[in-house]
Design a binder for this molecule. Sequence first.
Ligand SMILES: [Zn+2]
Length: 180
Amino acid sequence: MTSTTTLLERNRLFSEKFGAAELPILPKLRSVVLTCGDARVDPAHVLGLELGDAVVIRNNGGRVTREALEEIASLVFLVRQMEGGKKGHFELVLMQHTQCGSERFASPEIQHALKENLGIDVSETAIHDHEQSLKEDIQRLKAASEIPDYVIVSALIYDVKTGSAREIVAPRRLGDIVLD
Ligand SMILES: [Zn+2]
């Protein structure tokens, strides 16, 4: 039995009770959650996201990489277009977590080995310190001309040992966030 068999069986049960056919394309909470791909931090569970609530982007560490930045920018653009050009509410929640694999990418040996063996540069996703890297990510957003100032940004750290998410940067317009 493969994992796919298990997942398809779970989907069969899900589809039997399915009642979300009428959900609109735009997420109800007008929000994007950017977080890590770690199996322990699924926002549907830890933030209680329901179907249709928010767009979820996940990568190693939940970092604002160039790719993530472009995905977020295109979504803001699309939502604005679909809302007739108005700068409506659009919120971005950055959520990192404790015991993240990206902390290992901070090791110079691992960075070197990945570069040597696979030609991959993980310096953009490496996490030395969660609070610091969340602030760095907000700085990346502020420096990106593609992300408009009216986007509301917040930053959280989720603790995999307690299930609790702590607010590091309270939600504010990107343009109004002043980092210390
Ligand atoms: Zn992680």
